[in-house]
Design a binder for this molecule. Structure first.
Ligand code: 0RA
Length: 644
């Protein structure tokens, strides 16, 4: 079975052959083990190793984890846990350390209850990381001695040996690995990506200190340590919003083998920002823990509001969504054997989690509301306002529904639709301003390109309730043009255009309008973004003319490059475009709309970072000035380049 990568040295027994087959399977299908071989998979290697150390922290033996991006883009993770066992594993006939690093799924299955919890594929990935690294070295500090073993592409170079001595009080594990460039499309680590994930891990593991250092030229360093755990997570998520009350509501308990933690704080926005986790892994599709939480929340607030005469007997109950309006919450459960369900395995299935979260939250939230009547009152009042707004929105929506039924789904008057009726071929440009809209209508390829001009700034949906949103003309025009409906009516199969292209001026106002558009799409039709239908057009920043030749530059670097090539002298006239309106129809077509020549940026959502995305939108759209400035500096983050 030997291949190029796994030449078997002499005297390999059946055990070893199995191990090599295991590791070879990992190299053949890396995606099955770490999701992908893109930048995301590259970063997953770090999470696999860190998660092992976090498991040691959850077991109560590790307080510090240090992650370093080394100068050569290798990674070092050191923890101060008990150290991976180095003694002989009887069954395998070799050191337990070697088993952990060479046998697929070895983690947690040895050491007699060493691991209490472990998340699905997580916490067992040391051998996977090893198989996908050109070089890996692990050191274990125990009782004054340093044990070590090194590997190449997962294959041990020698036995586990003592390689030196250390302070007898020192204990822990240190791993350094070099991701294999033959496996990964990208081998340069992104500091901010690791920073965000490690911060989240620290929030979810209260008391644990995680340090991140970048030893490459920029020398960044951050430390994350939250004694309050998810309580501080909620404060952090609400950092650019106005909290409705100062306390963070916190519930914690153990039931039926499920450890439950919940933190809640309402703010002045209208969105539900609830994030659920199982064993520190985010569950974007929720599951039993989330439904237990929602049930407890709805029941407890209705009981309280009725008991305190805030809702009369004859009045309807609050719905869950009323209570969740403007609520930030974290649900974190730890379970020994989590079962993940759904197509993407992102939904918790364990039924005991539903009951555990429901009963712990019901009991402790009831107590909290009794002890904090002022907080209880402010949440109930906000929920009652939400209930009224919901009723008004329903009426507004029923009205438009009835209208469209009568009028046969008439398209907005300002829309210049395309003639091709197959959505696969079609795209719609949402254009800022009537004048640019006019040029775009002249320029477009009539068969496949539709144009919808919008007047001025569109409504900021972060700051408006549903009834107002449904009444807004620009928003109604977009909803009818796209054809999908929104929220619970949303149906992507009705989408009338394969590409929705936002085309705004290349200036601050244009960026603001794009963000308002994206906010609307993210809040009301997130699947359009998730499924990759939303793009940003890239108009050029400069036009360069010389001797009747014309060049366009889309960035300052490109301008420099063009000028260098054609020679900078008195004969070129450089024009800086301030807006789309400065281009005539032909120029707009050539530079921005022609599918053969244009550049589009596709807007993407990183599901694993959804809590950060939510903050991004509220930061930009919220009232506080300082966080907004920071965002604008960083704003390329959620937009990925796509050249067409
Ligand atoms: C099982 C048992 C023991 C330690 C560990 C696991 C352990 C695993 C990892 C993975 C990364 N860091 C770790 N630190 C500890 C206890 C071993 C003993 O008491 O000798």
């Amino acid at each position: 079975m030997a291949t190029e990568n796994f030449e078997t040295p002499n005297e390999y027994g059946a055990d070893q052959i199995q191990i090599l087959e295991g590791l070879e399977a990992v190299r053949k299908r890396p995606g099955m083990y770490i999701g992908s071989t893109s930048a995301r998979g590259l970063h997953h290697l770090v999470y696999e190793i860190v998660d092992n150390a976090v498991d040691e922290a959850l077991a109560g033996f590790c307080e510090n984890i240090e992650v370093t991006i080394n100068e050569d883009n290798s990674i070092t993770v050191e923890d101060d846990g008990r150290g991976i066992p180095v003694g002989m594993n009887q069954k395998a006939g070799k050191s337990a350390l070697e088993v952990v690093y060479t046998v697929l799924h070895a983690g947690g299955k040895f050491g007699g209850g060493g691991y209490k919890v472990s998340g699905g594929l997580h916490g067992v990935g040391a051998s996977v990381v090893n198989a996908l690294s050109t070089d890996l070295t692990v050191e274990v500090y125990k009782e004054g001695e340093i044990y070590s073993q090194s590997y190449k592409i997962g294959k041990p170079l020698d036995e586990v040996k003592v390689v030196g001595t250390c302070d007898p009080n020192k204990h822990g594990t240190k791993v350094t690995f070099h991701p294999d460039p033959e496996i990964f499309e990208e081998t340069v680590y992104d500091y901010d990506t690791l920073k965000q994930r490690l911060r989240e891990t620290a929030f979810l593991t209260k008391g644990l200190r995680i340090a991140l250092t970048d030893a490459r030229e920029n020398h960044h360093h951050h430390e994350f340590h939250y004694a309050g755990g998810i309580k501080e997570f909620v404060t952090y998520l609400n950092r650019s919003k106005e909290p409705l009350y100062s306390d963070v509501i916190y519930c914690e308990g153990n039931r039926d083998g499920v450890y439950v933690e919940v933190a809640i704080q309402h703010n002045d926005s209208y969105n539900d920002a609830t994030y659920s986790f199982v064993n520190n892994i985010i569950t974007p599709e929720g599951g039993t823990h989330l439904s237990g939480f929602r049930n407890a929340l709805t029941k407890t607030f209705n009981t309280y509001a009725r008991a305190n005469k805030m809702i009369k007997d004859t009045e309807p109950a609050l719905l869950g969504e009323d209570i969740r309006e403007g609520m930030t919450a974290i649900i974190s459960v730890k379970i020994e054997e989590p079962q993940f369900e759904g197509q993407t395995k992102q939904k918790l299935g364990n039924s005991e989690a539903r009951g555990a979260v429901d009963s712990i939250v019901s009991e402790q939230l009831t107590y909290f509301l009794e002890q904090n009547p002022a907080v209880a009152k402010s949440i109930c009042e906000k929920s009652l306002l939400a209930q009224r707004a919901r009723e008004a929105a329903r009426k507004a929506r029923d009205l438009t529904r009835r209208k469209t039924a009568l009028e046969g789904m008439s398209l907005p008057g300002k829309l210049a639709d395309c003639s091709d009726k197959d959505p696969k071929n079609c795209e719609i440009f949402i254009v800022e301003g009537d004048s640019a809209g006019g040029s775009a209508k002249t320029a477009r390829s009539r068969a496949t390109q539709a144009i919808l001009p919008l007047r001025g700034k569109i409504l900021n949906v972060e700051k408006a309730r549903l009834d107002k949103i449904y009444g807004n003309a620009e928003i109604k025009a977009m909803i009818t043009a796209f054809g999908t409906g929104i929220h619970e009516d949303f149906d992507i199969s009705k989408l009338r255009y394969n590409k929705i292209i936002i085309m705004t001026d290349a200036d601050v106002d244009g960026a603001h309008i794009s963000t308002l558009m994206l906010t609307f799409l993210y809040r009301f039709m997130p699947d359009l973004i998730k499924e990759g239908h939303v793009y940003l057009a890239q108009p050029p920043l400069y036009k360069i003319e010389k001797n009747k030749n014309v060049w366009y530059a889309y960035s300052d670097e490109e301008l420099g490059k063009i000028l260098k090539e054609i020679g900078r002298d008195g004969n070129n006239k450089i024009q800086r475009y301030k807006g789309l309106g400065e281009m005539d129809a032909e120029q707009l077509w050539e530079t921005t709309m022609d599918p053969e020549k244009r550049i589009l940026k596709r807007v993407m959502i990183d599901e694993e970072n959804s809590s950060e995305i939510d903050v991004t939108f509220t930061t930009l759209m919220g009232d506080k000035v300082e966080p907004r400035r920071e965002f604008i500096e960083e704003n390329a983050k959620y937009v990925q380049n796509l050249d067409i």
